[in-house]
Design a protein around this ligand. Structure first.
Ligand code: DGL
Length: 262
């Protein structure tokens, strides 16, 4: 079982930001990454649709023998992970907007959250934000339009800059000092955001925490691969292999990037 792969899925290429953290921490693990780009963005879909897509992705990963699944998508985690955990026996790791560390470290008492509509309207997000409502002011912003631009590889475009400028404006007006990236596509926007944000605003992205949690859950369930060789890294997209490849250029190792109709 321990030589079985870790499965990772997202609505597209964004979850590779999480996958990279996992691979950096666990280089000996075999992994399978699914980019469901054909169905991106998930953020505008209903909870029922997001659950159905998450089931489809999970079953494909389980059919390929995955021992643990990382839901590398805030929208799928906040809408579907409770359901997945109930339905399947393997451990699931998810990601949701990291409001807690932002709240703990905020000096101004105002934190911005940039996430998809699907995440911001989920009951899991509503509960987390309510838990912190006494301590801080949360300025939420739906990042409508950003995921399709990233999926098209237009990270440095004027369109992306204009949208981001528009989205961070109310947060800056409200005097935020932390911005939480509540979508796994958004870490790819950090260089642009850094240019647009004043230096005192911290960007919170919890990819590294997800990798640590993955290691902890593997250990707890005795599922770590003890081999000393590097893992086999398989990536499947149901849209454009070129785009997915461009997000993985910085990765060495035994990469296989293929089109799969799923
Ligand atoms: N990466 C997904 C997330 O973290 C993007 C959602 C979407 O496809 O809209 O929420």
């Amino acid at each position: 079982m321990n030589a079985q792969p870790i499965g990772v899925f997202d609505s597209g290429v964004g979850g590779t930001s999480i996958w990279k953290e996992i691979h950096a921490l666990l280089p000996h693990e075999h992994t399978i990454y699914l980019a469901d780009s054909k169905n991106a963005p998930y953020g505008q879909k209903s909870s029922e649709e997001i659950i159905a897509l998450s089931i489809k992705n999970t079953e494909l990963l389980l059919a390929r023998g995955c021992k643990l699944i990382v839901v590398a998508c805030n929208t799928a985690t906040t809408n579907a992970i409770a359901y997945l955990r109930e339905k399947y026996d393997v451990p699931f790791i998810g990601i949701e907007p990291a409001i807690k560390p932002a709240a703990l470290n905020s000096g101004t008492g105002t934190v911005g959250v940039l996430a998809t509509k699907g995440t911001l309207s989920s009951s899991l997000f509503l509960k987390t934000s309510k838990d912190h409502a006494g301590e801080i002011t949360i300025v939420e912003q739906d990042g409508f339009g950003l995921v399709p631009l990233i999926e098209a590889g237009k990270i440095n475009s004027n369109e992306t800059r204009q949208l981001l400028t528009h989205y961070i404006e109310p947060m800056l007006k409200a005097n935020m000092d932390h911005i939480v990236l509540g979508c796994t596509h958004y870490p790819y926007l950090i260089p642009v955001l850094r240019e647009l944000l004043p230096p005192h605003v911290n960007i919170i992205d919890c990819g590294a925490a997800v990798a640590k949690q993955t290691l902890a859950v593997l250990k707890k369930n005795n599922l770590q691969n003890t081999a000393k060789t590097s893992g086999l890294l398989r990536f499947y997209t149901n849209k454009d292999t070129k785009i997915l490849t461009s997000f993985l250029e910085d990765i060495d190792g035994l990469k296989q990037i293929e089109y799969l109709n799923f």
